[in-house]
Design a protein around this ligand. Sequence first.
Ligand code: PLP
Length: 449
Amino acid sequence: GTWSSEKLNQSRKENPFMMTWVPSSSRHKVPNMTHGEGVYLYDDTGKQYLDWTSQAVCANLGHDIPESVVEAAAYQMRQLPFTYGGIGITEVRTRLNQLMGEILPGDLRAAVYPSSGAEANEAGIMMAKRFTGRQKVISWYRSYHGATAHAGAATGDLRRWYGSDSVPGFIKAFNPFPLFFRHGGSQATEQEQVETALLMLEEQILNEGPDNIASIVMESIVGAGGCLVMPDGYMQGIRALCDKYGILMHVDEVMVGFGRTGTLFGFQNYEGVMPDIVSCAKGISSAAIPLSMTACNSKIMEFFEDKPLGWGSTYQAHPVAMAVAYENIKYLLQNNVVGRAQNMSPLFEACMQKVAEDHPSIKQYRCIGLFGCFDVHDFDGQSPKLQHEVAHEAFAKYKEAYLNEGLVGLHRYPHIHCAPPLNIKEEELIDGFQRLDRALTVLDEALGY
Ligand code: PLP
């Protein structure tokens, strides 16, 4: 039977588990969730929460999995729950691959299906190193790519400080994000900033030795780092530099792929940009099961026809996970989930704008599709704070109010992300912004406005 709240809490105290990016003690309140319904989650006290970031920007269909997805998982579990990818190929893999071929633009083809976003990036980095015979990788400071060795080393944000930046050969560059520039940058036009960033990147490539650089890894729209949409010309400029020096363009679509920005893939927001390698996860299964995917162009695919990739994991191409992804993607397509998210985005942006105007604690906002981010006002763009420190007393008070108002979501101070399920209804979206509005009043007060 179901455990009572007392039993759950007592057992957690006696049998502690670790949290990952936050401290572990049961003194830090995290609700015991019992069930979900649409965009809402319910805890063991019956309290309702609106899921304001689709968990870690992955539960894109909220918390009711379509029946077709459940049935496909059950069918596959009964039929053949598992074959190891190198020992047997399942029908579902062939079917999913065909579907991927239809939705991936250009000559991109799905190559492997690991379990997490980090692994999808590991696979992509390995593809680039083996294909080019080069060892270095360039990525952005303003990025997150996962917590395994190479994905962690490619990561620019402070989470790599815990140890994954000890892998050699990973070089960081700054993307041209004017809002974060303090000195002089604000006087330069966006176009000038793009040109400067590209010139600096080329200078870095030349200084590292173009023949040493396998790939440039980048999020199409920087997610955890604050919903950063690259200014016009920058991604096209990177594509041109990659072509000039034989470097592969690896786009990480883990957070925004499968509809978050109102297009199927985030890079489709940049005209004429076609990556060589694309990594996906999260939305591929709408988080119903762990699955990721790494796609590459036909030249890379051909290169590995007679040699192994040299990277793998036991659950790569797990049949049950692929069955879930297949039905999930079919559901997204048949119900025009991405188009509906796009249609909802003007209302989303209007709400973002109103909240930013109404709250002195908010400095600015950015958004695209159903993905948005507010920056808290005292953020100077230069001082990342360790997540395991209680970053800011006022922010802690705001987070408590957020929970009390019936919102759950990721927080990465000084950013406040908004990424509700893609199938959220208009009235639910407005309700979510109203809850956020009330929580931000607490932040305004706590910051002394
Ligand atoms: N890449 C991006 C852009 C992400 O946002 C994330 C996770 O948030 C990852 C990679 C890592 O994915 P995972 O946590 O599934 O390993």
